[in-house]
Design a binder for this molecule. Structure first.
Ligand code: SF4
Ligand code: FES
Length: 214
């Protein structure tokens, strides 16, 4: 999982920015234009607002491109109390909560509070969305068909296993929303190749199309 991380250190907090995970020209710039100014160099000034104001805006970044650490280098954002996965129409899966991304051997690749996962199959920064869905013409309403999520164990974390050349396998308590639908559960395999006819769930189409995550 490649990263292009920049750090902007202020008096009380540091703002970190992974340019490869930024797809969404809104929350930061609109939330605190004095701190996040794409025309300025550097574009982030962590001393232009209070730490609390910056934390509140960074928490709204839906992709996890922005995060915070304090003077001691400790993470500055708490996970949301509940894990949620929002299916964006024609776009990515926005996960929020206490998220752990692991490979099929169980190695933890990332812990985060917000992640935008590619579900069109076209991102060049998988498993993250890089905005490629627009160019790829990805089309899906985000509606959730029946049957919905399966029940699973009730532990607090949302674990996301990156199946090789296959889906995202989610376990842990979560609410999945998309279109006018919403459901809760503890287990689901979500398509990330873009070809399932049962989106957002995997239907095995990744094998048929020769989907590659490498
Ligand atoms: S809120 Fe996050 S994803 Fe959106 S523009 Fe700012 S850094 Fe990028
Ligand atoms: S990942 Fe798309 S059908 Fe399995």
């Amino acid at each position: 999982m490649g990263a292009k991380v920049h750090e902007y250190r202020g008096k009380s907090i540091a703002v970190h920015y992974d340019a490869k995970r930024c797809i969404h020209a809104a929350e930061c710039v609109h939330g605190l234009p004095g701190v996040f100014d794409p025309e300025a160099k550097p574009w982030v000034d962590p001393d232009a607002a209070s730490a609390d104001e910056i934390v509140a805006v960074v928490d709204k970044c839906p992709t996890g491109a922005l995060w915070i650490s304090n003077a001691e280098g400790e993470p500055g954002l708490q996970p949301a109390a509940e894990n949620t996965v929002q299916i964006d129409a024609d776009g990515p899966l926005y996960a929020r909560g206490d998220i752990e991304v692991v490979d099929t051997d169980g190695n933890v690749l990332l812990r985060d509070t917000r992640i935008a996962f590619c579900r069109c199959g076209a991102s060049e920064n998988k498993p993250f969305c890089d905005g490629a869905h627009s160019k790829a013409g990805f089309s899906d309403t985000g509606a959730i068909p029946d049957p919905k999520l399966r029940q699973g164990d009730g532990s607090g974390k949302l674990k996301v296993v990156l199946a090789n050349n296959g889906p995202l396998i989610l376990t842990g308590p979560m609410t999945l929303t998309g279109g006018d639908d919403s459901c809760t559960g503890g287990r689901g395999a979500l398509c990330r190749c873009g070809a399932s006819e049962n989106k957002p769930f995997c239907d095995g189409a990744h094998s048929r199309i020769g989907f590659s995550t490498s």
